[in-house]
Design a protein around this ligand. Structure first.
Ligand code: PEP
Ligand code: MG
Length: 578
């Protein structure tokens, strides 16, 4: 049994069997019945790897002899007896597969080199690693991956959003554990949307897991247990049952209005990633879709979806939700969401790179196709268009100009289009600071706290090393939130919070107290958020928010929320996703 801690990213508790992703990075080890068969596989792969490197070296010698020398060191490593002995020993002693033994032997060999004072020796560490990757590549070519089984828990270093979408929608997947990531990156958002318990940022998870063997994923407490004992499985099952009972009790009350004890009503909308979620949103009492992340339509495809495919998806959501509103956000790719079809080179710092609205403005054809699809879908219901990651007035005006141009073109072609309201997503601090000038340009606005926290606190939302610093209740973030609420009041524009902060039970009382009257939250969080609203007085939350704004740190604010509301909301705090 090995228990590891991580970040609780999607609530719920799952018990299942570990499954790796054979083509992406490291995978869990496998227990083998016949170690000698693995020894033979390793020797064959080593030979194959050596001859392909030799061939590459011969080709280089003919064309670029200077470069050929680069392969000398990895080739030499292939004859390293220390490596082979270590790998064979691991296979025989631990009765595990050759891929795992290769990577472990590489670690053993490179550890002293990694910390060497000489740069030459540190470079040799890279040679050892390269040799390991080459051998594993050959090994994987000879091994048919086991694939998903009923009650699979995917254990991976990291999942791209496209892989995450494919896997998490598969009903055989009951849980997710990743070594990297944080609660607000898109794999976590998708896991929450699809109700799959997930713990991310679990260091050492892949090496602790055995392919096909038991795992407990505690997405409430942020804990993962590999090869659990029967008692731990029983405890996890009891915890899962308690969570389910509490969730059901909340669902039973979801027909009731989201109105505080002192009679203030809150609009609760849903965040969705795929059109199919619209029905679940309705079933859980959503008053509309406050954020449809349209980029998920682009993620799992080899080609960019054309205008008609997009129109169909948007129209489906609009007509299912009618007469309720649907906010269609224009493409927000880049950062941790990069569709295969975009074929973009990796950015130095993706969160600060060519992403979101910047990318749309850079590729007008892409943007125009999407806006055409949105305007056409608007004939099916009440559609609002939301521009993400706007950094200032000029960028907003450029986006609006493209929308106006597209509308003129469609009307010129005699295509029927619907009326749309235009919105701006505040998630860049610079935009919040000039909110007074931004708001008159739009019909409504939203606040995306996932990115706003990332950019305000300079904390990469995908990096588990700094995830604990990305506190949405930080005084700096609260100051920006208060600023945008006041600006929207002055401008008379409706303001919705659609970041994950709106669904965090510890943060929500402060968010409400700051004056947010509309919240857009993951579908799974709708019952919880409505209940949180019902159990408090708006007046007391205003007072709480005033105190929170003066607090020195997020930790103090959390303490304050617990102290003031713990008696009434305590059991709901347990249901939080992170
Ligand atoms: C946000 O940043 O808070 C947001 C709503 O957008 P996303 O999470 O898709 O970046
Ligand atoms: Mg965002």
């Amino acid at each position: 049994m090995t228990a590891l801690r991580g970040i609780a990213a999607s609530f719920g508790v799952a018990v299942g069997r570990a499954v790796g992703l054979p083509r992406s990075g490291r995978t869990p080890r496998r227990r083998v019945a016949e170690p000698e068969a693995e020894v033979a596989r390793l020797k064959t792969a080593l030979d194959a790897s050596r001859s392909s490197l030799e061939q590459a070296r011969t080709e280089l010698l003919a064309g670029a002899p200077e470069a050929a020398a680069l392969l000398d060191a990895p080739l030499l490593m292939h004859g390293d007896e220390l490596f082979l002995d270590a790998a064979l020993e691991i296979i025989r002693r631990e009765r595990v597969n050759a891929e795992h033994a290769t990577l472990r032997a590489v670690q053993l060999l490179r550890a002293p080199l990694d910390h060497a004072a000489s740069a030459y020796l540190r470079d040799r560490a890279e040679d050892v690693a390269q040799m390991g990757h080459e051998i594993v590549r050959h090994l994987r070519g000879t091994f048919a991956a086991p694939g998903l089984v009923p009650a699979s828990v995917v254990v991976a270093e990291e999942l791209g959003a496209a892989d995450a979408a494919r896997l998490l929608m598969d009903e055989r997947v009951v849980g997710l554990v990743t070594e990297r990531g944080s609660a607000t990156n898109h794999t976590a958002i998708l896991a929450r949307a699809l109700g799959v318990p997930a713990v991310v940022g679990v260091r050492g998870a892949v090496d602790a897991a055995f392919e096909g063997e038991g795992v407990v994923v505690d997405g409430l407490g942020g804990r993962v247990i590999f090869a659990p004992e029967a008692e731990e499985v029983a405890q996890a099952e009891a915890r899962a049952a308690h969570h389910a009972t509490l969730s059901r009790a909340l669902e039973e009350r979801e027909g009731e209005a989201a109105e505080s004890r002192d009679g203030v009503v809150v609009t609760v909308l849903a965040n969705i990633e795929i059109p199919e979620e619209a029905s679940a949103a309705l079933a859980h009492g959503a008053e509309g879709v406050g954020l449809y992340r349209t980029e998920f339509l682009f993620l799992d495809r080899a080609e960019v979806p054309d205008e008609e495919a997009q129109r169909t998806a948007y129209a489906e959501v609009a007509s299912r939700m009618a007469p309720r509103r649907v906010v269609l956000r224009t493409l927000d790719v880049g950062g941790d969401k990069l569709p295969r079809s975009f074929r973009m080179p990796p950015a130095t710092n993706p969160a600060l790179g060519l992403r979101s609205l910047r990318l749309s403005l850079e590729r007008p054809e892409l943007m125009k196709t999407q806006l055409r699809a949105m305007l056409r879908a608007a004939t099916e219901g009440q559609v609002d268009v939301l521009f993400p990651m706007v950094s200032g007035v000029d960028e907003l005006q450029q986006a609006k100009a493209v929308l106006a141009e597209v509308r003129r073109e469609l009307e010129g072609e005699g295509v029927s289009v619907g009326d749309v309201r235009i919105g701006c997503l505040f998630e860049v601090p610079a935009a919040v600071l000039v909110a007074d000038r931004m708001l008159p340009e739009v019909d409504f606005a939203c606040v995306g706290t996932n990115d706003l926290v990332q950019y305000t606190l300079a904390v990469d939302r995908s990096d588990p090393e700094v995830a604990h610093l990305g506190q949405s209740l930080d005084p700096g973030v609260l100051a920006l939130l208060a600023h945008v609420v006041e600006a929207s009041r002055r401008a008379g524009r409706e303001l919705t919070m659609c970041g994950e902060m709106a669904a965090d039970p510890l943060a929500l009382p402060v968010v409400r107290g700051l004056g947010f009257r509309a919240l857009s939250v993951p579908v799974m969080s709708l019952p919880l958020v409505r209940e949180l609203v019902r159990r408090v007085d708006f007046g007391e939350l205003e007072d709480l928010a005033r105190q929170a704004r003066e607090a020195p740190s997020a930790a103090v604010v959390r303490g304050l929320v617990k102290e003031r509301l713990g008696a009434r909301l305590g059991e709901l705090f347990e249901l939080r996703g992170r």
